[in-house]
Ligand binder design. Structure first.
Ligand SMILES: Nc1ncnc2c1ncn2[C@@H]1O[C@H](COP(=O)(O)OP(=O)(O)O)[C@@H](O)[C@H]1O
Ligand SMILES: [Mg+2]
Length: 228
């Protein structure tokens, strides 16, 4: 089976005045279907840059990304938007839920960008995703009316509503207490059983220990890639 994602020579360079910042300095990686991967590394090592590029939110300066057999490193904005709404899900540390929308509307939002978008079908899919994360009882709440753990569960529902092949979670437990961290990790782990690939960024070794594979990044490079 070919890899879900194969990355070769990936670089991202930011020009800051006279200085070039090498956020990614030549990354080679492959992710398989249904893999649970943790990416560890100190602040500034390039973890978020890698997630943003693989999540079609940004493009690399150099290198190749083959996603489900197609070269996607240099797609235009429209194609990237298509991949974002059809193939990947994203969970952020700060949840990034829209404050004016209800829980149900927030979760249905990614489906709005699909060409076959239908309000009733979208709401139905959002209900299923919210059921999955145990948040069916809060459909009409606004994000501000939820606890941090509940917001992150809603964010996971939003990430999986479109049945993505892969979910990227960038420090998803960074703002949560121990009990909620455990619940979020359990939820992410359960996605694997459905064949979804989960890539979890963290700087917490205890959190990373839940993944089968741990990648350590340092200064824009993969320093270690180990299965446990
Ligand atoms: N938009 C940007 N402009 C300039 N430098 C950036 C930008 N985004 C990230 N960087 C730099 O790239 C490096 C990697 O950042 P990042 O991927 O956010 O690291 P991490 O998520 O591991 O903390 C850091 O040195 C950061 O300052
Ligand atoms: Mg980061």
């Amino acid at each position: 089976m070919p890899s879900l994602i194969a990355i070769r020579g990936l670089r991202k360079t930011y020009q800051m005045g006279d200085e070039s910042v090498h956020a990614l300095a030549g990354v080679d990686l492959e992710f398989q279907r249904g893999e649970f991967v943790a990416i560890l590394g100190p602040s500034g090592s390039g973890k978020s840059t890698l997630m943003h590029i693989l999540g079609f939110m940004d493009t690399p300066t150099e290198g190749s990304i083959v996603f489900e057999g197609e070269e996607v490193a240099r797609l235009g904005a429209d194609r990237r938007a298509w991949y974002r709404s059809n193939c990947v899900g994203f969970v952020f540390q700060s949840f990034n839920l829209l404050p004016r929308l209800t829980v149900l509307e927030n979760v249905a939002l990614p489906l709005l960008y699909r060409e076959d978008s239908d309000p009733e079908a979208n709401a139905a899919a959002a209900r299923v995703a919210l059921e999955r994360v145990g948040m069916s009882h809060r459909l009409d709440h606004r994000p501000s009316q939820l606890s941090g753990g509940e917001r992150q569960r809603v964010a996971i529902a939003r990430a999986i509503v479109g049945s993505p092949a892969i979910v990227f979670a960038d420090e998803p437990t960074g703002n949560l207490d121990v009990k909620n961290v455990a619940r979020i990790l359990e939820l992410l782990a359960s996605l694997i059983e459905e064949g979804i690939t989960v890539v979890l960024v963290t700087h917490d070794l205890a959190v990373a220990s839940h993944a089968r594979r741990v990648i350590s990044m340092r200064e824009g490079l993969v320093q270690e890639d180990r299965r446990q």
